[in-house]
Design a protein around this ligand. Structure first.
Ligand SMILES: C[S@@+](CC[C@H](N)C(=O)[O-])C[C@H]1O[C@@H](n2cnc3c(N)ncnc32)[C@H](O)[C@@H]1O
Length: 247
């Protein structure tokens, strides 16, 4: 069976989506996840501007260019350089440095006269720290798994922070997520910011790790967002309080 390098650099067997991606010219099998999500929720066809956070090698950017409104402004951001894709722009930035990354995105928007994005996508996988345990994709021990999910949750919150900076009212935010101890806290945050929040697991998702996608529809665009709402520590407390008050 042919093998591919996974996110943690380990060889993993190729499956039908790897082969389909090669056949159809997509840079990653992940492209099929976005195609499936968009087929279910139809957020791309009306989008005039799409921001893809953690976009390399660019499979989701390719899908965004092909499915969004003709001539849409599509921007991919990643720590790694993204080879040019016709119809899209890219930025080499770290989304955890939200002020710097946000300023770079804003400069690009200003240069094209774009005020906001109708869709913000996030398919990031937290990278392991130097000398640390393995990433979320390869963690085996309990402490490795805990460290990996903490990194992943923090990355999701960085993506949410950037989404709140740029999303248009009624916009859509999609993020990858791994079920973990932060699940309720992050869902609490998303439910405050969006009218509808759905979970989906595209068939192109691998079974390990147990990834899931959160589809957040109709951004409420609040005029002020309390910093606590974007802070995981506070979110844990807020979500516990909200559950207590429901009882
Ligand atoms: C699963 S890949 C994304 C695949 C992409 N959706 C596609 O279709 O090709 C995850 C990406 O997250 C990126 N990433 C992880 N941490 C990041 C960070 N702090 N800032 C920007 N990109 C990051 C990695 O470099 C990697 O390219």
């Amino acid at each position: 069976m042919p093998m591919d390098a996974g996110n943690n650099g380990k060889q993993r067997p190729q499956d039908k989506f790897d082969l389909l991606a090669k056949e159809q010219g997509y840079r990653s099998r992940a492209a099929f996840k976005l195609l499936q999500l968009d087929t279910l929720f139809r957020f791309l066809p009306t989008a005039r501007a799409v921001l893809d956070l953690c976009a390399a090698p660019g499979g989701w950017v390719q899908v965004a260019v092909s499915r969004a409104a003709p001539g849409a402004f599509v921007v991919g951001v990643d720590l790694a350089p993204i080879r040019p894709i016709r119809g899209a722009l890219s930025l080499k930035e770290d989304i955890t440095a939200s002020a710097r990354c946000g300023a770079a995105v804003r400069r690009l928007m200003d240069s094209r006269g774009v005020a906001s994005f109708e869709v913000v996508l996030h398919d990031g996988v937290g990278r392991k720290k130097k000398g640390g345990n393995r990433s979320v994709c390869g963690g085996t021990s309990a402490s490795a798994a805990q460290e990996a999910t903490a990194t992943q949750s923090a990355l999701v919150m960085d993506a949410v922070r950037l989404a709140t900076m740029f999303l248009a009212p009624n916009g859509t935010f999609i993020t990858k997520f791994f079920r973990c101890q932060d699940y309720k806290a992050i869902m609490f945050c998303l439910k405050q910011l969006f009218e509808r929040v759905h979970l989906s697991r595209p068939v192109a998702s691998r079974s390990t790790p147990a990834e899931i996608y959160v589809i957040c529809l109709r951004y409420k665009a609040p005029a002020n967002i309390q910093p606590e709402l974007l802070d995981l520590k506070h979110l844990h407390l807020l979500s516990v309080d909200a559950e207590k008050s429901k009882r």
